[in-house]
Unconditional design. Structure first.
Length: 458
């Protein structure tokens, strides 16, 4: 998978947009798969994260769970992500989201513990609402314009005035994708479920699932409804509230993975902030931040799993002494944690700097202040974990270093090291990475390029 997504990224970097029509019918009648630079970036990072997390799973997933279909559900989830990132059809967007929902439910309930079932029900119930709203919007769109091809929708919806029907469809899609993205106030399913399952599942969820929702919002605002400025104002407002509520939830939390789960919510706010500003520079910042956050958040969840396994608890107040016993683990935590907080010269610093610069240039001063405040509170949360888990005196719960065999420890730490190196590399060499993101942003800022590639019309 990593090789294929890498090759796709390489090809798209030279050829503008790849289009494949399935079923023997030309667009908009057939099923279109479209890979532009944004899709290629998302597919590549999915391949990288899928590879890293699968290495971690070797020693994290019990044999019983492997026999119960863990790997089948895991690869179906990745298939759903790849399908969502490459489809050119709104109905197939819905189909791939359903594939992800079914696979993620199976992964959540493996183990059959009460807390897993409770978390899975909260996760599925709200996400089912999202899929129903999305299906309703799709039905209304098809009845209105007679097509669900996203390029064709972008072409035909230009002729429709902003009527009550169009507004209803837009709001239904925004709400559906907001639930998938865990935006305020529809994020409660995320911190209620991500800490209940095994670390491998939580890591792939934390890194990838909400980004599929953000990706859908990007396609909605840049391709299907590129002139809906009222949506952008709404998204900017929601982004600020999402940042604040997420980081405040994290600041008051002491369960390792629940704390990190709340930070997923706050960081989604940064991504949607760039989308709400809607300049090519801001969109590039959003894409940069998505990639940064996928890498960093996946890594933090993997590290939380290692610490919880060693200390036999996920309560950070009951952990301690890790810096003394496991200095390499402390360093590996420091890199993604303080990158999340936006400390230079790590990747998070550049992502936040780009978004703040875009906000100031567009005179969005309130969201700039909120973003800075949330960054400080994120630093507080990461410092809290550092102090409780790594810096304070050893807790009686902490096991001896011999609890991990050398081979097992090497396998578990391998993906953590890979992701930490990626964070450092992006932080030290942001210019070439941002150039790629800016090219992707320029491309999605011109929906006519996408429409021409798919339909052959301007």
């Amino acid at each position: 998978m990593l090789v294929v997504t890498g090759l796709l990224f390489y090809v798209v970097s030279f050829q503008e947009i790849l289009v494949v029509q399935l079923g023997g019918y030309k667009a908009p009648f057939g099923i279109s798969f479209v890979i532009d630079r944004l899709s290629a970036i998302m597919l590549l990072i999915t391949g990288i994260i899928g590879f890293c997390v699968s290495i971690y799973a070797i020693h994290d997933i019990k044999i019983m769970h492997q026999k119960s279909g863990f790997y089948l559900a895991y690869w179906i989830l990745l298939m759903g992500l790849c399908g969502a990132f490459s489809t050119g059809d709104l109905f197939n967007f819905y189909v791939w989201f359903e594939v992800m929902l079914i696979a993620s439910f199976v992964l959540l309930v493996l183990g059959n513990h009460k807390k897993q079932l409770d978390g899975a029900m909260k996760y599925v119930s709200l996400n089912l609402v999202a899929t129903i709203l999305m299906l309703l919007a799709i039905a209304m769109l098809y009845a209105m314009v007679g097509t669900l091809n996203m390029a064709d929708l972008g072409l035909k919806l230009k002729a429709y005035p902003l009527t009550g029907t169009v507004t209803t469809v837009v709001l239904l899609l925004v709400i559906a994708f907001a639930i998938k993205s865990a935006l305020f106030p529809l994020f409660f399913w995320l911190p209620a479920s991500y800490h209940t399952t095994n670390v491998t599942t939580a890591a792939i969820f934390a890194g990838m699932l909400t980004k599929a929702g953000v990706y859908a919002l990007i396609r909605l605002t840049t391709l299907i409804l590129p002139d809906s400025h009222y949506i952008l104002s709404l998204l900017l407002f929601i982004a600020g509230l999402t940042m604040l509520t997420g980081v405040l939830g994290a600041a008051s939390e002491f369960h390792f993975r629940r704390l990190l789960s709340f930070h997923i919510i706050s960081q989604i706010g940064y991504m949607v902030m760039g989308l709400g500003i809607y300049t090519p520079f801001a969109l590039a910042g959003t894409i940069f931040y998505i990639v940064h956050h996928i890498i960093v958040k996946t890594n933090l969840f993997l590290i939380s799993g290692i610490c919880s396994k060693i200390g036999k608890t996920a309560d950070i107040r009951k952990l301690g002494g890790f810096y003394k016993q496991y200095p390499y683990l402390a360093i590996l935590f420091f890199i993604p944690a303080f990158s999340l907080a936006g400390m230079p010269p790590l990747s998070g610093f550049w992502g936040k700097l780009i978004l703040l610069k875009a906000a100031l240039h567009s005179s969005h001063y309130i969201i700039t202040v909120i973003a800075l405040l949330v960054s400080l509170l994120t630093l507080y949360s990461m410092t809290k974990i550092w102090t409780q888990v790594f810096w304070k005196e050893q807790s009686s719960h902490t096991l001896s270093p011999e609890s991990f065999g050398n081979i097992k420890l090497f396998v578990i730490l391998s993906p953590v090291i890979i992701l930490a190196v990626m964070t450092l590399t992006i932080g030290l060499f942001p210019q070439p990475v941002f150039k790629i993101m800016l090219q992707a942003a320029e491309q999605i800022s011109h929906p006519e390029w996408y429409i021409h590639a798919v339909l052959g019309v301007e």
